[in-house]
Structure formats: C-alpha cells, structure tokens
Design a protein around this ligand. Sequence first.
Ligand SMILES: Cc1cc2nc3c(=O)[nH]c(=O)nc-3n(C[C@H](O)[C@H](O)[C@H](O)COP(=O)(O)OP(=O)(O)OC[C@H]3O[C@@H](n4cnc5c(N)ncnc54)[C@H](O)[C@@H]3O)c2cc1C
Length: 483
Amino acid sequence: MGAGMAGLVAAYELERRGCRVEVLEGSHRVGGRVHTHRFGPGPGAPAVELGAMRIPTHHRRTLEYIRLLGLEGELRPFTTLLSEENAYLRTAGGFVRIRDAARPLCEGFRRELEIHRPGLRQAHEVTVVGAWLTAVVDAIAPPDLREALRDDLRRQLLDLVACVDLLPHLRGAAGDRVDLHALFAAHPALRAGCSRRLNSFLDDILTETSPALLRLHGGMDRLPRALAARLAGPVRLGHRVVGLRSRRDEVLVRVRAGGRTTVRRADFAVCALPFPALRRIHLSGLDADKLAVLDAVHYCPATKVAFHCREPFWRAYGIEGGASYTGGSIRQTYYPAVDGTPGRGAALLASYTIGEEAARLGRLSPRRRHRLVLEELGAVHPELLRPGMVLGAVSTAWGDGSRWSVGCATRWGKSPEECEAERARAARPVNRLFFAGEHCSTAPAWIEGAVESALEAVERLVAHGAVHRAPAAHGHHDPAGAL
Ligand SMILES: Cc1cc2nc3c(=O)[nH]c(=O)nc-3n(C[C@H](O)[C@H](O)[C@H](O)COP(=O)(O)OP(=O)(O)OC[C@H]3O[C@@H](n4cnc5c(N)ncnc54)[C@H](O)[C@@H]3O)c2cc1C
C-alpha cells in the first residue's frame, strides 16, 4: 500500500525474492513525497521539486538504488542554503548578500547577548560561531522551535564553544565565517553537552546546510518512476485503500477505485502509507499499542510555492543556484539549476516553509498563497513584479488539508532512546501486516528513511518465513544484500 519510495522499494525487493506483488496507490502518480513538477511538456520543461530535492552523500541506501536503476550519471551537486555567496540573507538591518552578512550577523548577535546575558564578554570567534549558528536556526527551524533553540544556543552551546579552539574552523579573510560541519565533527563533546532539543535538531540543520548534497538531473521523480518501471506486478494508480483488517492468517484490504469498492485478500501486506493517511482508514485487528502510536507520531507540515519565470533573472545578480533566507512568511527561496531548454523559462522555488508557517500558507487558497509569496519575494527580487515575468505558479501544502500525505514525521526534542522506542512501535508488524515508510525509520523526513524502512519490513517478512532470502546478485547491484 502506497507507491512512495517505501512502498516501491518493498515491492521491488519482494519481487526479487519470488513474491507476486500488487501495489495500491490512491493518487494518480507514483513517488508520493518525491514530486517533481514540470512547467510544460517534454524533457526540456523547467522543473521544480515540490517534495524531496536533495540527497546527502552519506545516504548510501538511496544512492545504491540510484546506481541500481542506472541513474548514477544523472547525479549533480546540490547547492544549498548559505552556500551561494551572492544569494540574500535577512538580517535585523534588512537583506544583505551572504558574502556581506558576517558583520550584520555578528552585530545582531552581540546585541542579543547584551539583552539575554548582560555582562558576558565573548571572544570574536565565539561571537562568529554564535552568529552563524543563529542564522542557520532562523533559516531552518520551524517557528515553535526557533526561539527555544536560540535560547539553548545562547545559554548552553555558547559556553561550550568558548572552551574550544575555534581558530582552525574560522574561514574568510577576516575570520568572520565558520565551517560549522568541521567544528562539530572535530568536537563531538559540543553535541553531547547540548540540550536534547538542540541536539536532535542539529543533525537536520547540519545535513541541510552541508556541502555534501546531490540532486537528480531532470527531476527527483526519475527515481520512483524508474523503480516502478522495474516491477513486474501492477502498480494500480487511483486505488485508494479505505479499510484494513489484519487477521492471523491473512490481510483484507478494502479498496476504492473508479467509483467501486472491492476487498482484496492478501497472504501478507506492507502498509507504506503515512500514519495520518492511515488514521483516516477504517482499521480492524490492530492492537491498542499500534493504534496509540498511529496517533502519537508527530508530522511537521511543509509548503512549497514555485514560479515559472520568463527568464532566470537572478543570474544577473551572480546567483547561480543555492538559496536565499528570505524570512517573513516565505522563509527560504531556492534557485533551482536552469537545465531545461533555453527559451522555455526557468523555475524558481519561491518559498519553502515548515511548521506553523507552512500550515498558515497551506490554509490559504492557492491564488492567495501565490499572491502573498509574490508580494513578499518582490521586495527582494523586484523583477518578479514586472509584467510578464511570472508565467505560472504551482504549490503543494503537505499538511492536514492534503489528501495523501501530511508533511514529514519528526522526532525533534526526543532523546535517542525515545526516538528508537517510537520507531520500533511504528514499524512493529501486526500478524501478517507489515509497516514501512519514513516514519518507521531512523531517518524520518528523508528518502533514506523510506528506503531503510522498506528493507527492514522485507527482512521481517523473511524472518517470518513468508519470503525467501534474496537470491545471490548476478553481477548487478544488490542494495538490500549489500546493506
Ligand atoms: C516538502 C518536502 C521536502 C523534502 N525534502 C527532502 C529532501 O530534500 N531529501 C530527502 O531525502 N527527503 C526529503 N523529504 C522527505 C521525503 O520526501 C520522504 O521522507 C519520503 O519521500 C517518504 O516516502 P514514503 O514512501 O515513506 O511516503 P510517501 O512518499 O508519502 O508515500 C506514501 C504513498 O501513499 C499514498 N497514499 C496515501 N494514502 C493512501 C491511501 N489511502 N490509499 C492508497 N495510497 C495512499 C500516497 O499518495 C503516497 O504515494 C521531503 C519531504 C517533503 C514533504
């Protein structure tokens, strides 16, 4: 159930082990939260990612499938937030280019310290680290966490940072930039001394601002589409699961398609639907703990708004990719690689929000949402307001209102033990019903988590005796076997 990455990987691996598999997908496309939008037909159309857009290089399972599917040659570097010097950053004093941001950031951070920790004197390099970390938290954290994280940073992390030799990690002629990745890698004790909520969030912010990120040329949806094309069994689009009964010796799946409801009987089933989607389904045969964890997993909404622009006007400002931290209600603006046919325009990911800001944008009608984003971003990029510049707009609000999916599972603020306990409860099978999806993994909110969960579900089926072990790989890649 579900033709997102988790469902497709599970189906592929089960077929390799000799199972007859049928995939049921409620929407009319495969990929789920891997969702590339193309402004126009054909391969030359400008493309933008409304779901997943980058793959960290340490996500080896995801990369193994990319290799397996012959897409390795399509991998390109992904330029992320804060790494394009000519992009913009919102500071207390207004928008500045990232290359000029150090001074206003440090001044702003010093003023903040005067208010929150009066009398505290910090060395220049400690201020630099605090200022850039605050900028990263502001740009990435959802609003409900932002102030608390800033507070943790000022009160705890700063004192730990002050005890470390920071000079090897400073960058730039004036030593007013810092390589945060190198700093945390060299001093693991910094992480260990952080508050739980700051520590659990640092993984995500360090990954999102890492230089080691990749994308798929031509669109991330090439991955789920290639995987679906490899399946021998049918992937049935427009087949919505509306009921699920787990029995000791079978699973009954009630499906709505083409105005008719039918019941399918399966020896085994893998449910790779996000839990909020599952909560809307009539369930029976699930024990109390499973029902409780269905409600307990927290999903963070996300909204993306993209414009089809007549031309990539940002290039005139030296912006070749990466992102601006635009703040306000639009938060982040990404400049996707312009690799469509020249003359067909360019895609701009005008706004990427998470948390309450995403929910707020998601509640607006698409028309009002697009207008609001245009007005706010017009303050940074007035070119957008020129007649004929914006040729079209599209957005996805991955939130409560969305039919198939609702943001991403998050475990921010939980201890490693609490995270593992929730993960284990989410992934635990009930009779012959197995569970997969990013929420069942150790890497929620990443494709890698979806893949990991699917491989684990298949392993559980093997352990159950339902499925044979993977056949030996004959000269081809074997992600499940290799991992
Ligand atoms: C805005 C955004 C940005 C992201 N950025 C990144 C990124 O840069 N890098 C990264 O690695 N990850 C990113 N992620 C996370 C990544 O996209 C997900 O972790 C992953 O795609 C989840 O896969 P899945 O198979 O678990 O779930 P999904 O992809 O959600 O698959 C579930 C499938 O079930 C279907 N479904 C739901 N209800 C029913 C029903 N009743 N009957 C039948 N089918 C149903 C859905 O239509 C969907 O196809 C991002 C996610 C979002 C939302």
